[in-house]
Design a protein around this ligand. Structure first.
Ligand code: NAP
Length: 487
């Protein structure tokens, strides 16, 4: 149990909209409830923004842009650095807040606060490294000046599964680059973002640079902002289905986009793999965030020689995981986000078993309040099963067997997604061959976690456009300007 109280951390968050540096009620005073997914109980009410509130937030971002772009990069970095310190100093209370609204166990929530804060530290360092160039034109007469400038007012939309880190991964580079923002967090987990807005204000972020709108009307509030013409960029993290829709809306004004979308990660284990490492990696890649991660291993392909042993060991580990409210000591498997998520996972498992898959452990919901699903391992999952093509987003590991490397690669790449894949093999030539042929933006080679603020995160195919984090992350919020100079 944590030493900070649940009502204390929820009570400490301002529940209004944050526009132009002021906390303000929604224009029509509407609010909506935030639920604890472990109990189904209402934690609190937050402001429910209307389209007029969204426009007020964009007005504030547009008004602040010119001054903010002129702000010294060092100071922009220092604001981020102070916010990093504040996030780490308040790690326990922010972790508890996240566990209450999202469900993940406290240890994982603490990990997410550290991961989220690290984006601020990383981009604090990047703010002062925005470069340019001076070159002699090929004809020897002219000169080229190249400089980078902030893209301008940016719209940011984040999902519920990493309520803090998906925000800082966008806000960090936007602040570093000199962009102002309107951010809309997921309606199911608005509290972490509201707490973050206060932290950034306290760290010295000028009024209007970050504006936060919480709403149950995501489409009706955000579409007018996308179509308004004054915003210059949309950075979205969420499902591929919503991402496609937003790309269409962005086409109207040729808005620049960054799209971090869904995944369907294959997890390949070859006969020559270190089996201990493969099982450890499988547990991380599958069970981080209760399986509710875009990077979650969604399909396990295991070579025939070790499939039985791998399945046995994975089943043993999965069956032993303690399930419960994320605030309880020792709990590893918290609730899924809502009842619809449980129903979807259940439907995918039923579909797979009806097509011949066998349940080694789990396969059922948990009685009582909250939205719990048991850690599940399935074998003999056929390619025709829905879970081979759809994101499971829950604690279910489907195992299929393969014989040859070509067969494994064909199965792994047989998806519209291309975010991440995992490969376990001890043979260096095979490792490089397979990594080169996998159609994903990221690969975990003999490891089950790829996320790192210092590395470029993102997908290919329908998993997205652009990269967040690493040295390329700030480029998403910069334009390159070339000045042709006559001497
Ligand atoms: P989602 O349904 O696409 O929602 C994501 C965000 O978009 C939420 O803030 C949502 O608001 C908002 N939204 C929904 N419809 C919208 C619309 N018509 N116009 C504007 N905004 C809209 O996804 P989710 O269920 O929250 O998150 C899970 C998905 O995110 C999974 O597919 C996962 O793989 C993906 N994800 C990807 C990454 C990555 O880095 N690639 C990271 C994390 C998650 P409401 O909350 O109000 O619906």
């Amino acid at each position: 149990m944590s030493t900070v109280s649940e009502s204390g951390v929820v009570g400490a968050v301002n529940k209004e909209l944050f526009i132009g540096g002021k906390w303000t009620a929604a224009a029509d005073s509407r609010t909506f409830p935030v639920h604890d997914p472990a109990t189904g109980e209402v934690l609190c009410e937050v402001a429910d923004a209307s389209p007029a509130d969204g426009l007020a937030a964009l007005d504030a971002a547009v008004a602040a842009q010119a001054d903010w772009s002129a702000h010294p990069p060092r100071e922009r970095g220092e604001i981020l650095r102070r916010a990093f310190d504040a996030l780490m100093a308040r790690q326990d209370e922010l972790a508890l807040l996240m566990t209450l609204e999202m469900g993940k166990p406290l240890a994982e929530a603490r990990g997410e606060i550290a991961y989220a804060a690290e984006f601020f530290r990383w981009f604090a360092e990047e703010a002062v490294r925005i470069d340019g160039g001076y070159a002699v034109a090929p004809n020897g007469v002219g000169r080229f000046l190249v400089t980078k400038q902030p893209v301008g007012p940016s719209l940011l939309i984040t999902p519920w599964n990493f309520p803090m880190a998906m925000g800082t991964r966008k806000i960090g580079p936007a602040v570093a680059a000199g962009c102002t923002m309107v951010i809309k967090p997921a309606a199911q987990t608005p509290l972490s973002m509201l707490a973050l807005a206060q932290i950034l204000a306290d760290a010295g972020l000028p009024d209007g640079v970050l504006n936060v709108v919480t709403t149950t009307g995501a489409g009706e509030v955000m579409e007018p902002l996308i179509r308004d013409g004054r915003a210059r960029k949309l950075s979205f993290t969420g499902s591929t289905a919503v991402g496609r829709k937003l790309l269409e809306q962005c086409a109207g004004n040729v808005l620049r986009t960054s799209m971090e979308l869904g995944g369907n990660a294959p997890f390949l284990v070859f006969d020559d793999a270190d089996l201990d490492a493969a099982v450890d990696g499988a547990m991380q890649a599958k069970m981080r965030n209760i399986g509710e991660a875009c990077t979650a291993a969604n399909r396990f392909y295991v070579q025939r020689g070790i499939v039985e042993e791998f399945s046995r060991r994975l089943t043993e580990r999965m069956a032993a995981l303690p399930i419960g409210r994320g605030t309880e000591d020792g709990v590893v498997v918290g609730p899924l986000i809502d009842e619809a998520a449980v129903a979807k996972v259940n439907a995918l498992v039923t579909d797979a078993t009806q097509r011949g898959a066998k349940v080694l452990t789990g396969g059922t919901t948990v009685d009582g309040p909250g939205h719990f699903y048991r850690p599940t391992v399935l074998t003999d999952v056929p390619a025709a099963a829905r879970m081979s093509t759809e994101e499971i987003f829950g604690p279910v590991a489907p195992i299929s067997v393969f014989d040859t490397e070509d067969e494994a690669l064909a199965a792994a790449n047989d998806t519209e997604y291309g975010l991440v894949s995992y490969v376990f093999t001890s043979e260096i030539k095979r490792a490089l061959r397979v990594c080169e042929r996998l159609e994903t933006g990221m690969i975990g080679l003999n490891q089950g976690i790829v996320s790192n603020p210092a590395a470029p995160f993102g997908g290919v195919k329908q998993s997205g456009l652009g990269r967040e984090g690493g040295t390329v992350g700030i480029e998403e919020f910069l334009e390159t300007k070339y000045i042709a100079v006559s001497l």
